[in-house]
Write a protein that binds this ligand. Structure first.
Ligand SMILES: Nc1ncnc2c1ncn2[C@@H]1O[C@H](COP(=O)(O)OP(=O)(O)OP(=O)(O)O)[C@@H](O)[C@H]1O
Length: 307
């Protein structure tokens, strides 16, 4: 019999998962899984639980929570030789990764997708010994994610970031950086740099409009030094995906990216503080198998796609 381990954050979103737990367990049982659950208790617990699931050779690990929980689960799986398949039930405030994979926010609909059994390989990012699923980045503007009080974030979600962003705009300073990407180099002042794995980033769906989830490449975005008016203009272009050809923007694909800076720049991995520069980002090609609604995945991202 196949074995599944559900790792869920009971505090995520509006504590919605538990209300559907009986139905979810029933679906897994009908699909032939012997299933057990782990409710996370604190930060980092999902990583430990995922490591344990690897040790115990579960076939399937389901992460139920927001991007924070999925990131922690992936950190527990990614470093291992044997990696169980990954199912996702998005119940968080931000569910960028699930959105990129077209996994619905409805708990039971997401469980249906897992038991249906269609999956694709996805790339994940590594920075030193930490892994990310959506995005890494740096620059003063990305630091605002740490400054949004978590209560406010839970209450009003994405809007909290925008409010904080507007408040901070006048104080955003560029950083002096050197960024090496697949043999090319950028040296100069940058407002921010982003290393994206998916096209669904912080609620902006068009920041990396052509990002593929499993081509082995990051989408690198560097915003050079701008004044406030230019910054706002480019941010509004970014809402429509029209920033990629702007002269202030470097937009490139790369498999390996190194960032150095004159002064330390805080790094953000999937919305959480991940250390300071210098840093090297490595794309791990098709590192995890994730259950998805295959008919909604772009043809070129499907496992059987041929040019
Ligand atoms: N029992 C718990 N109590 C408090 N925090 C927890 C608990 N379990 C896990 N956490 C922490 O909560 C963080 C955020 O949770 P999660 O991502 O699931 O959903 P969220 O709170 O809706 O936020 P978001 O979707 O914006 O990341 C996790 O990264 C984890 O460190």
């Amino acid at each position: 019999m196949k074995r599944a381990r559900i790792i869920y954050n009971p505090t995520s979103g509006r504590e919605i998962f538990k209300r559907h737990l009986a139905e979810v367990l029933e679906k897994f049982e009908r699909a032939g899984y012997e299933t057990s659950c782990h409710a996370t208790t604190c930060e980092g617990d999902a990583t430990k639980a995922a490591r344990l699931a690897v040790e115990r050779k579960y076939d399937l690990v389901v992460a139920a929570g927001g991007d924070g929980t999925i990131n922690e689960v992936v950190n527990g799986l990614a470093e291992q030789e044997f990696r169980p398949q990954l199912g996702i039930i998005p119940t968080g405030t931000t569910n960028d990764f699930a959105r990129a994979l077209h996994i619905p926010r409805d708990v039971e609909a997401a469980a249906d997708i897992i038991v249906k059994g269609e999956k694709i390989p996805v790339d994940i990012g590594r920075m030193d010994k930490k892994y990310f699923i959506n995005i890494a980045g740096g620059g003063r503007i990305t630091e605002l994610t740490y400054e949004v009080p978590s209560k406010l974030k839970t209450m009003i979600g994405q809007l909290a970031y925008y409010l904080k962003g507007i408040e901070m705009l006048p104080s955003i300073k560029p950083a002096d950086v050197t960024i090496e990407f697949d043999g090319k180099i950028f040296e100069g002042e940058a407002m921010l740099f982003l290393v994206a794995l998916t096209n669904s980033v912080g609620g902006f769906e068009k920041l990396a409009p052509d990002a593929s989830i499993n081509d082995g490449m990051f989408t690198l975005l560097i915003l050079k030094k701008t004044n406030l008016a230019e910054f706002i203009r480019i941010a509004s272009l970014a809402l429509r995906g029209e920033h990629v050809n702007d002269p202030h923007v470097i937009y490139a694909k790369a498999n390996r990216i190194k960032v150095y800076s004159k002064d330390p720049v805080m790094l953000n991995l999937d919305g959480e503080y991940g250390g300071d520069t210098p840093a090297e980002f490595v794309n791990l090609y098709r590192h995890l198998d994730v259950f998805v609604p295959l008919n909604q995945i772009r043809k070129q991202d499907r496992p059987d796609y041929q040019d």
